[in-house]
Structure formats: C-alpha cells, structure tokens
Design a protein around this ligand. Sequence first.
Ligand code: PMP
Length: 290
Amino acid sequence: YDDRDGWIWFDGKLVPWREANIHVLTHGLHYASSVFEGQRAYGGTIFALARHSERLVNSARILGFDLPWSVAEIDAACIAVMQANDLTDCYLRPVAWRGSEQLGVAAQATKPHLAIAAWPWGAYFGEDALAKGLRLDIAPWRRPAPHTAPVHAKASGLYMIATMSKHHAEARGFNDALMLDWRGQVAEATGANAFFIRDNVIHTPTPDCFLDGITRQTVIEIARKRGIAVQERAIWPEELETFEQFFLTGSAAEIAPVGSAGPWTFEVGALTRQIQKDYSDLVNGRVSNG
Ligand code: PMP
C-alpha cells in the first residue's frame, strides 16, 4: 500500500503518498495508542462523513488524547484528499495516533497526529461471496468485556484479535469469522456488525461490548421506516439455527449476505436483498433518509 502515486493528508498538508511516513519510535506503533475510521464515498459524496469524523474524535478521547482538529476540519480534509486523488467512489481511511516525542507506557508528552488516505475499494468480500452468501467461521477469540478494553472506541488495539481471527478463518477457506463476546453471546464479525432475520423480524445483538456501527444504525432506521420490527437483544449461538437469513453491515462491507456460520446455514433471502437495495439507494443519494 505504500509504493504508489497519490496524495495523503498528513497533519494538515497533502503530501505525496510515498512520503507519508512516521518514525519507528511512534507511540501508536508500540502501545496501540491509535484510532481510525473507514468510510466510503459514492459519486463524490462521502456517506455519513460527519458521523465518522465525530467517532474518530471520540475514539481518540476515549484513549485519552485530543485531536487538534475539529470535526468540520476533519470533514474538509477527507473531501480534500478525495479530490486531490481524483476519486469519486472510494474508501477513506483516517488514522490518528500518538507520536514519537515520548516512549514508554506514559505518553503525556506525545503529540497527536492525523493522516487520511483514500483509494478505490470494490466489494469488501468480493462479488462472488456477495452473490452466494459469505461462509463464516466461528472465531477462536472472543470480544473482550467492557471493563477490559475500550470497546466503544474504534481503537487499533482491538483489531489484534480481529486480524488473528480473520487469518484463522481464511486459512481454513472461510470469508470471515463470527466472533462471540466474553459471555459467549454472538457479537459481530471481524469488521462488521451482524443481523439475523426470522419470520420477517430483524434481530441484532445489543452493542454493549463492540462497535455500534454507523451502517448498523442506518440499517435499523431503514428497516423501521419500512415497518419491519428490529429487536436489539442478547443472542446466543444456539439460536442461530432458528434464523432464516443473516447479513453483515459495515462501511467497507456494506450489506453482505451470509450463507453459513460454523454449522448453521442461511438463505440469501428477499428481505436481505431489500435492505441491501435500500442501503445502496440511500448512500447513492437516490432517496433521502429524512
Ligand atoms: N465492527 C467492527 C469491528 C468494525 O471494524 C466495523 C467497521 N468500522 C463495524 C463493526 C461496522 O461499523 P461501521 O458501520 O460504522 O463501518
């Protein structure tokens, strides 16, 4: 990802892609004092831009550092980097971290940094998996309890077990992994939230120990506007065999139907396709969310 043409917004300036470098003694690298975002632009408009910028600022605050850029400034920087790279349909990756001014667990003297990159990114799981439904493994790692990690921040450190679970799944031929939480309840995939359908009612785990995704919130609004009941509640894995449909949601993943998770199988059904179309219409500006 580092050796290519293009521009990256870095601490207030657009710099050539290959020159957007940091020092090896960066605190964020050693101690995971780093948070990030991920959002998509459709036809030149970044979907839910301010909500992503707000979450970035909040994630940093949860980890104990304040960004010297406002939400409006981060929004403007995202638009600037998209335009500088001549992109209209792309993924954007803001990342904020503590710098290399101090090294050790204590980091009060470090400076906060922010970089934003943008690049074209097609279907997160590939077109084939989207058509047929994803095959999910059950992750060997569980999402941590809220008092053992900053579970509501989009903090890089929380992705250590996500990458390990994703690699474990891909090595065994799966597209991704479904993660349980510390209690053993269904939580989410390694980078997307989970929704289930039974008898035209939508069920989704309560986000009390994982990210309450912006796509997740959007899908709940879309469904309720259609008059479809949505239940947020605890879901145990034993209940998976009773669900007819299952899909994942995320800014990168969008709406991705699931065909199987561990021993349980699901159909790629009409309601999943409807939600997928409604989401696509919304992000592409074909309907308003008012
Ligand atoms: N959970 C995790 C672990 C994620 O990485 C993401 C992607 N940011 C999500 C859920 C979905 O969040 P969003 O819809 O805000 O992209």
